[in-house]
Write a protein that binds this ligand. Structure first.
Ligand code: NDP
Ligand code: NHF
Length: 322
């Protein structure tokens, strides 16, 4: 999979010829007041891929920090890779381009490298981001994600995004998009870590020439719905044992695990020391035996199940569809 050791971030080639770094920075839950500094620190450390989304409500601050670093001459626009995601209230085909335009304006950019449909389920277009009924339920829309995909293809053809992909889609849904696609999805972003190894999905995506981008790789301990007593990847005793063996931290093992599986991995941090720690994963290699041992931790735990939308016809995580 990876040949030899290199202290550089490896790059992966997409089906459409574009390349992207195998390690990037997540930005969900990064507060607007913190995210600018985190982006600047990350760029100084060497991060070049940034995973963003309209719904994270911090696009403006991320864009400002990136433009500042471009102005300083530290990076150029074509030397960084920006991922962004279409939110569920903009699935109606006529809303896709305006939604993208809004993200571009928020970030102060004229193109996005990779634009993903954030979830397969649409939500009612009522001007809010989480439309809620009087009985406190999410209000769904029935827009077919294939129609949304066709609108994604149109913005790609216009050059406003270089590549398009999916997030949180299950295998059947991905196959259905591929069946109707004129522009093939090049990346699928899903939750993936040793408690949810996604072994079959990873193999399926590889067979289709699609890159798996792994989210919540450290167990997303700052997710708003975390409860005391929830299992914590970073405190897993077996992971701790592997970390001691390699003289690395558990976080570094959790990230290296994806590099060796040929995934892109996008840990989130707003702390400079942890940004640096998460970047220092290119000077060692996990043995096949340890990779296998890590895979035995698989227990189907999802840190981001989005259960509020589980009644939607396109909810992706019904056991029978995966
Ligand atoms: N497409 C989708 O639906 C989703 C996409 N994502 C994307 O994936 C990214 C990463 O996933 P996310 O859910 O944020 O969670 P992560 O698994 O990346 O974990 C983030 C948490 O780990 C902490 N952390 C970071 N580095 C270390 C370290 N070395 N040691 C100990 N703790 C550490 C962070 O704190 P601190 O910041 O203080 O360092 C934060 O609390 C998101 O930010 C987002 O960009 C995530 C969920 C859903
Ligand atoms: O990326 C994400 C982070 O959190 C959101 C919830 O507010 C999720 O919908 C989404 O998957």
């Amino acid at each position: 999979m990876i040949e030899g050791l290199s202290l550089q971030v490896p790059t992966l080639k997409l089906k459409n010829g574009e390349t992207l770094p195998a390690l990037g920075l997540g930005t969900w839950k990064s507060k607007p007041k913190d995210v600018g500094q985190a982006i600047k620190d990350a760029i100084d450390i060497g991060y070049r891929l940034f995973d963003c989304a309209y719904i994270y409500k911090n696009e403006k601050e991320i864009g400002e920090a990136i433009r500042e670093k471009i102005k300083e001459g530290v990076i150029q626009r074509d030397g960084i890779y920006i991922v962004n995601k279409l939110w569920s209230t903009y699935h109606r085909p006529d809303l896709v381009e305006p939604a993208l335009d809004k993200s571009l304006a928020n970030m102060g950019l004229d193109y996005i490298d990779l634009y993903l449909i954030h979830w397969p389920m649409g939500l009612k277009e009522d001007g809010s981001e989480y439309p809620i009924s009087k009985d406190a339920r999410l209000i769904f829309s029935n827009v077919d994600y294939v129609d949304t995909w066709k609108a994604m293809e149109r913005v790609c053809k216009k050059g406003k995004v270089k590549s398009i992909g999916l997030s949180n889609f299950n295998r059947k849904q991905i196959e259905r998009v591929i069946k109707y696609a004129k522009i093939h999805p090049v990346v699928v972003q899903i939750e993936c870590h040793p408690y949810l190894t996604q072994t079959r999905m990873s193999e399926f995506l590889q067979s289709k020439g699609i890159i798996l981008m792994a989210y919540s790789p450290l167990g997303s301990k700052d997710r708003p719905w975390a409860k005391p007593g929830d299992k914590e990847l970073l405190n897993d005793p077996k992971m701790h044992k592997v970390a001691v063996k390699y003289n690395k931290t558990v976080a570094q093992i959790l990230l290296r695990y994806h590099i060796q599986r040929g995934h892109v991995v996008i840990p989130k941090s707003v702390n400079k020391a942890r940004l640096q720690e998460n970047f220092n994963i290119f000077d060692f290699e996990l043995s096949d035996e340890d990779m296998k041992a890590i895979n035995t931790l698989d227990c189907n735990i999802r840190f981001c199940p989005y259960k509020e939308a589980s009644e939607h016809a396109y909810y992706p995580f019904k056991r029978s569809d995966e």
